[in-house]
Ligand binder design. Sequence first.
Ligand code: FEO
Ligand code: CA
Ligand code: CA
Ligand code: CA
Length: 562
Amino acid sequence: MEYNRRKFISFIGKAGLGTMITPPFLISCGNNSNTVNIKDEPKETLELLKETILEGIAASDQDDLLLAKGLDYHTIIKWGDKISNKDHFGFNNDFTCFIPFDENNPKDGLLWVNHEYVNPLFVSNFNFHDFEKPEEHRTIEQIDKEMYNVGGSIIRIKEENGKWKIVENDPYNRRITAQTPIQLNWDSPIKGKTTVMGTLSNCSGGITPWQTFLTCEENYDGCFGETEYDEQNVATHRPSWYGWEKFYEYPPEHYGWVVEINPKDGSAQKHIALGRFAHECCTVYELEDKRVVAYTGDDKNNEHLYKFISSKPGSLKEGTLYVADTINGKWLALDWENQPILKSKFKDQTEVLIRAREAAKLLGATELNRPEDIEIDPITGNIFVTLTNNKSKDDFHGSILKIEENNAAFDALDFKASTYIAGGEENGFSCPDNLAFDQSGNLWMTSDMSGSSMNKEDKPYMPFKNNSLFVIPRYGKDAGKVIRVASAPRDAELTGPWFSPDGKTLFLSVQHPGEQTTDVNNPTSKWPFDKDNIPKPAVVAITGDLIEKMNKLSQIQESQNS
Ligand code: FEO
Ligand code: CA
Ligand code: CA
Ligand code: CA
């Protein structure tokens, strides 16, 4: 669908400005109502602001984190930094989520950071390019290092004099790794276990209404492989890319789940009821009666979009998992008891959840172009889902899907789906991945063109240069435009955008800089340019006038509407 600016404004604003539907748990965690106050600003200043154009930056292939005018960044933490006497920060940081200790103090709290995967070249000193059969040359020491560097980190951070810093050795600082025991939130064991070993492939995530972190296991098959079934339902093991299963025999069925982490004690559980697939994220909404709805997508070509509706308050176990038929606008229940077609193929509900992809296809779910992040528009309640791309279907640039639940009820079983905006040269971005609404309802978006395709003459991604961060303003002269506000270092992807509770800081991950490196002594990136002269993934804090300006524009619009 061709993108239409006017349509954006009418779509996105139709519930009326200022009628935030954001539930209270989001308000205390960043997606809150606007805290900027324009009452004391001179009228002339506001008039001038209304006329200003937000200056984005041009696409760039420079090896640096470049920002638009009015934005600054500082690095909070990078791979290998000590977080305590015994632990250090893991590799390839992705999703971030900040929960303050006290909702009246937005400047002190716990930051969760996902560590999605490792580059063995940097982490375990193993170069896959050196061997014809790399799997024959791996050692347990290498595997242990790799397993330590995935999962997630909890770090206490504080802002002082405009700078966020880790509180080193704070008792809350801890690592969760691929070797941390984690319980299954389910009544029957899976592959004989009720507690499994570790979490991995932690891509994006979410936050619960009861203030815990959700971290999602995405490309888990890269670590312990996958169990695959032929037409006669005979299982075989597809080996992993990393080859960890040669050293630790953990079944693939223990991975591919949504994992909940308690910020205060690090205890973790895997939520089986939400299904098993390449979970990108998990976006939870609390209904008035305290039941929850959780949206989650399967980031693989031709896979699906799901939602779980709980039958009990605050439960991510009791309830029903649905999968989307976006053509007919129906949520289809993955319910073994009441779906004869599922009963004919699977032995029980646990097997339906473990093999959710196959179950979804049997029910006639719509194949999508790699659903990535999901966010709920805090003003209209519409659900936005990035479909990053699907080269097998000639969709190179992706799009954002908009879901409008019937009667705006999150537990509805009918909905309307439409394309909100498509990637491509006309709109200036390609391969949308993470999304975040700020406190005023402006939409921030990161892109994820793969490292092997970026800046290549023979690929359609050439005009977009490095991966970037964009904002789509909701108000003012630029409403509806896609504005590039940050450009990533070489080979990197910007991930995990999350706003601080006062809306003034955007936490952002810089993931896999220098990923195309084949020789450690000659890396393709050296960002963040520290003494080691190698690229390092890091989490940064972005602040500045531009964020403030956008919040003020929403206030001006609101004051005009009232
Ligand atoms: Fe890890 Fe779907 O991005
Ligand atoms: Ca992603
Ligand atoms: Ca998000
Ligand atoms: Ca991605």
